[in-house]
Write a protein that binds this ligand. Structure first.
Ligand code: PMP
Length: 394
């Protein structure tokens, strides 16, 4: 049997991490994998997470199974965090999942189950795992234009034109905020126009929100999601707590299926629970319980928000420093987009050859599509990167 297996493509980001580790240079800079790092290069456990874990350790009396949907209190807390009161609770089915990836996977499985003919429209580019999971599930993927190579902002006209090619029942995958890999995001009027297009075409949005709080703030980053969820008949939302709670390895995510049809919620909830049962039975609980503990306790929630805000502002500061340094070196504003982008990433929009050159000449490690992890920088490495960008002639 095993002789029939063929090697699967290696994950490029993970391969890059290994190359970075093997590089003996002192001044090497890791801008690859999407993990937040502070100025010391550490991915810390957030204070509120430590406190919540301590509380759980003291108070938790059992590790017996939860329900197939996970702890309902977790779904309630996350729904409130993401949607506020934009959608009535009885319209929302929700299950805990192993990370945002688990939510994305379960969402696509639900799509395939409900409408095998549905195609999924994805931004070009998008998080590569979206495309990889869709391919694995045998779901047809259609790219839509998203990134303007000239301005490094959203190519909104191109996006709308391409989405007009979708048929009723097709899925449109949107990033809730902090687009990965580009860092370029829709503004409120663009979200509004997307909502109109979805409703005119009978298209179903699926929103992946993995960086709430990393862009313009917790509420601001959820504004697009809330607008869509409250304005369309049906939608899917896949959320991750990996980044904004810094609990990457705890595998903590949530999938929501929202339907405005009065009686759909019960069946949607049962179907999501069924899908969990088929794939892994009960979803992981520890991270979910930590998140619930934080979100439902005023003091812990306030402390978490304060630390998250520090993280967000640190990344904005690094963006500004890098844009300023490039302005100084080039005498032009053409890298101003770095300060305009939001979230952990910016797509430089250059060739794999120049990315490789920056790695060889300056020890700068970024993904081949020229995605920078802004959080991989600090005050010392900003000038090194700026010089590498200018030397390479980006
Ligand atoms: N969606 C997007 C757009 C992401 O960038 C990520 C993390 N890289 C995820 C989902 C999933 O994150 P996780 O499974 O680690 O929660």
């Amino acid at each position: 049997m095993f002789e029939n297996l063929k090697p699967q493509p290696a994950d490029k980001i993970l391969a890059l991490m290994q190359m970075y580790r093997d590089d003996p240079r002192q001044e090497k800079v890791d801008l690859g994998v999407g993990v937040y790092k502070n100025a010391e290069g550490v991915t810390p456990v957030m204070r509120a997470v430590k406190a919540a874990e301590h509380r759980l350790w003291e108070q938790q009396t059992t590790k017996a199974y939860t329900g197939l949907a996970g702890d309902p209190a977790y779904a309630d807390a996350m729904i409130e965090l993401i949607l506020g009161n934009a959608v009535e609770q009885d319209k929302i089915a929700a299950v805990a999942t192993p990370g945002g990836t688990g939510a994305v996977r379960q969402a696509f499985e639900l799509v395939r189950m409900a409408n095998p003919a549905a195609r999924v429209f994805v931004s070009d580019p998008t998080w590569p795992n979206h495309v990889s999971i869709l391919k694995y599930l045998g779901i047809e993927t259609v790219p839509y234009r998203y990134f303007d190579a000239e301005t490094r902002a959203v190519d909104f006209d191109g996006m709308i034109e391409d989405l007009k090619g979708a048929k009723a029942g097709d899925i449109v995958l949107l990033h809730g905020c902090c687009h990965n890999p580009t860092g370029a995001n829709l503004n409120q009027s663009q979200w509004q126009a997307v909502v109109e297009l979805l409703n005119q075409g009978g298209l179903i949005p699926m929103i992946d929100i993995a960086y709430q709080g990393f862009g313009d703030g917790l509420e601001e980053d959820a504004a697009g999601v809330r607008m869509v969820a409250s304005s369309v008949p049906e939608c899917l939302i896949a959320a991750s707590c990996s980044k904004n709670f810094g609990i990457y390895r705890e595998r903590t995510g949530l999938l929501m299926a929202i339907s405005q049809q009065g009686d759909a919620q019960a069946l949607n909830q049962k179907t999501l629970a069924f899908l969990n049962r088929q794939n892994y039975s009960f979803p992981p609980d520890h991270g979910a319980r930590v998140v619930t503990t934080i979100l439902t306790d005023d003091a812990l929630r306030a402390d978490w928000k304060a630390e998250l805000e520090d993280v967000r502002l640190a990344m904005l500061g690094l963006r500004q420093q890098l844009a300023d340094e490039l302005q100084r070196l080039t005498g032009s504003d053409r890298f101003g987009f770095i300060a305009q982008h939001r979230g952990m990433f910016s797509l430089l929009g250059t060739t794999p050859e120049l990315v490789e050159q920056m790695r060889v000449d300056h020890g700068i490690y970024m993904v081949g599509d020229s995605r920078l992890n802004i959080a991989g920088l600090n005050a010392q490495s900003v000038p090194i990167l700026a010089k590498a960008i200018v030397d390479a002639g980006v």
